[in-house]
Design a binder for this molecule. Structure first.
Ligand code: HEC
Ligand code: HEC
Length: 464
């Protein structure tokens, strides 16, 4: 009698209350993040179709580069999930796409490696992304007197009329010798870029606008998208181009329908049990959300996490060094030594698709990356260089790739700055964290071939 009572009444009650208790725990420990909505994005998520289409054509058109040999898509390609699959990108001079890209031959070969990883461009049309680039060198200017409304490396040269920080960002790749302009002496755009003449007649942006003005298909598109600004070809500006590029990035590369999003919208079974456990760890005991907070997993701030530094660096020098191979991150923008080795907390949306990871693309698997965040100092010192994805140049450039990582003094300096505590997790908890990160993948992002236009108005090749 007693045992039947236990079986029939008490056990079910215990089970029900356990389930209730765990969902109470879940609700209590769960950070209460609101689901992503249209209102979180510029233009409430619906820029005009014509503007998006123009932006897409420009994004894939090598006409924006000085030597007509690369486009934005070279480093942010749909086939590589809006990155390039490399640790560090191969800019103008290289040949091919994604991980098959080489470093070029003869006089056209690359002259330097681009010092930072080409990050994915997912969800950057959400208004909360107020800092562009790993060091946040593009942001909104709170000063009401500001001409452009933004702070950027162009200072007062930055023109008015840019829609948002994403559009401001699009002003810069075309001014970089290694990325899109080319070397001084090779073309007008490269000469202007090398002399830091960006705005005004003969500046980088004007030279590109002139190229666009000569292509009838672009003139028609610009007239249609900007009916109050563009009446004749000469009215076309690079600012309009940048605004259209931003509209394309914002709309077509918005991905907020992952299992995690469905979970936030109320489907508590959208994620696997393991991923749900990982979410609780992520927003709980593992401390990830101290920095990776909110629906996009970023506080939009800058933190030092002892990420391995590979490649040529950004011209910084620790005391005693003069080769410029360090990358001080946020300190480059603020000049404050307290910001040394700090980088912006990246969003983790679609993260399972976008290896390699970190500002120099040092880690090639999600698990290695997560294990770094759990024990950053150990992971930095034991970094396995073979996972770096760096197409060889066959020149002295290759000798610089691991110069910082092979130097204990430089490594120690990076390690000393880390803000991460060492966290000890069981292997199955690490698995759960990785499962959660996989639940941030929107299945619509898995195959992005639809984003590649068949042709572009300049007639330059699209698929190489
Ligand atoms: C040669 C490779 C290369 C090309 C070409 C290139 N980019 Fe990038 N892009 C990068 C790298 C590297 C970074 C990160 C640099 C940093 O943070 O210091 C970046 C950063 C960005 C970001 C900022 C992402 C973020 O989270 O802050 C956006 C947006 C972007 N690029 C769009 C573009 C557009 C638009 C173009 C064409 C006008 C373009 N890129 C051309 C390599 C490239
Ligand atoms: C102190 C703040 C902080 C904490 C805590 C933190 N992260 Fe990060 N995370 C960052 C920053 C900053 C970066 C980028 C650093 C860089 O590139 O140098 C990053 C990078 C990453 C990346 C690579 C993203 C990319 O696109 O390359 C992943 C994945 C990641 N973190 C996961 C986690 C997980 C999982 C946890 C918890 C175990 C965690 N992080 C804890 C700040 C933090």
């Amino acid at each position: 009698m007693k045992s039947r009572l236990i079986k029939k009444i008490i056990l079910p009650l215990v089970t029900i209350s356990a389930v209730l208790a765990s969902s109470v725990v879940l609700a209590a420990r769960y950070p209460g993040i609101p689901a992503v909505t249209d209102a979180d994005f510029y233009d409430d998520g619906v820029p005009s179709d014509e503007k998006v289409e123009l932006g897409k054509q420009l994004f894939f058109d090598k006409i924006l580069s000085g030597n007509l040999n690369d486009s934005c898509a070279t480093c942010h390609h749909p086939m590589a999930w809006s990155g390039d699959g490399l640790s560090l990108p191969v800019g103008e001079g290289g040949r091919g796409l994604g991980i098959t890209r080489d470093t070029g031959v003869g006089v056209d070969a690359i002259h330097e490696r681009v010092p930072r990883n080409a990050p994915p461009v997912f969800n950057l049309g959400a208004r909360e992304f107020i800092h562009m680039f790993d060091d946040g060198r593009v942001t909104i200017d709170p000063d009401p007197e500001s001409i452009s409304g933004f702070i950027s490396p162009a200072g007062n040269q930055l023109p008015a009329g840019l829609d948002n920080v994403l559009a401001v960002q699009a002003m810069f790749p075309v001014t970089s010798g290694a990325e899109m302009a080319g070397q001084a002496g090779e073309n007008d755009q490269a000469d202007a870029a090398a002399a830091n003449i960006l705005a005004g007649p003969g500046g980088v942006w004007d030279l590109i606008a002139q190229k666009l003005q000569e292509i009838p298909a672009y003139v028609e598109m610009f007239k249609q998208v900007y009916p109050n600004e563009v009446f004749i070809a000469e009215d076309i500006t690079y600012v309009q181009a940048a605004n259209a590029i931003a509209a394309f990035e914002a709309r077509d590369w918005r991905f907020d329908n992952s299992p995690f999003d469905q979970y936030l919208r109320g489907n508590r079974r959208a994620m696997s049990v393991n991923a749900t456990k990982g979410m609780l760890l992520f927003y709980g005991r593992a401390g990830c959300s101290d920095c990776h907070s909110g629906a996009f997993q970023t506080d939009q701030q800058f933190h030092a996490v002892a990420m391995p530094q590979i490649g040529p660096g950004k011209g910084d020098n620790l005391p005693g060094y003069s080769d410029g191979h360090d990358d001080f991150g946020r300190e480059q923008v603020t000049g404050d030594a307290n910001d040394r080795y700090k980088f912006r907390t990246p969003t983790l949306r679609n993260i399972a698709l976008t290896a390699p990871y970190g500002h120099a693309g040092a880690y090639n698997t999600l698990e290695a990356m997560v294990r770094h965040q759990l024990d950053s100092v150990e992971s930095l010192h034991n970094y396995d260089q073979s996972q770096a994805v760096l197409p060889a140049t066959g020149t002295a450039l290759d000798d610089i790739d691991f110069i910082v990582m092979n130097d204990a003094v430089r490594r120690d300096a990076i390690a000393a700055a880390t803000e991460l505590d060492r966290i000890s997790l069981k292997n199955r908890d690490v698995d759960a964290l990785v499962a959660f990160l996989h639940a941030l993948t929107d299945l619509n992002a898995v195959d992005l071939r639809r984003d590649v236009p068949a042709t572009v108005p300049s007639g330059l090749p699209v698929w190489d």
